[in-house]
Design a protein around this ligand. Structure first.
Ligand SMILES: [Zn+2]
Ligand SMILES: [Zn+2]
Length: 95
């Protein structure tokens, strides 16, 4: 999946990196209890493949995986902070 940002920046993401970053309550946990991603070491292949991406308002993408998991809302702020291109990596290590 590739996002072209308004400032001309381009970010690409693998399904795997998106799945592990899923911000939903089930994956992340809530109210102090660990979520699913904290309990598993690996995920099935169909959990790592993006099936559909939908824009939610002006601020986030809802990403559905082939496993049927689609509760994660990835804000653009989160997605931008996940960008792993050389330019962003250099900026993160500089701060
Ligand atoms: Zn999730
Ligand atoms: Zn970047």
């Amino acid at each position: 999946m590739v996002i072209a940002w308004e400032d001309g920046h381009r970010s690409s993401y693998s399904g795997e990196s998106l799945r592990w970053a899923c911000p939903c309550a089930e994956c992340r946990g809530e109210a102090g209890s660990p979520g699913r991603l904290a309990r598993v070491q690996s995920l099935e292949a169909d959990e790592l493949r993006v099936q559909n991406v939908a824009l939610v308002g002006q601020y986030a993408l809802q990403i559905a995986f082939e496993s049927g998991h689609s509760t994660g809302l990835y804000t653009f702020g989160l997605l931008r902070s996940m960008c792993d291109c050389p330019e962003c990596r250099a900026r993160k290590s500089a701060t």
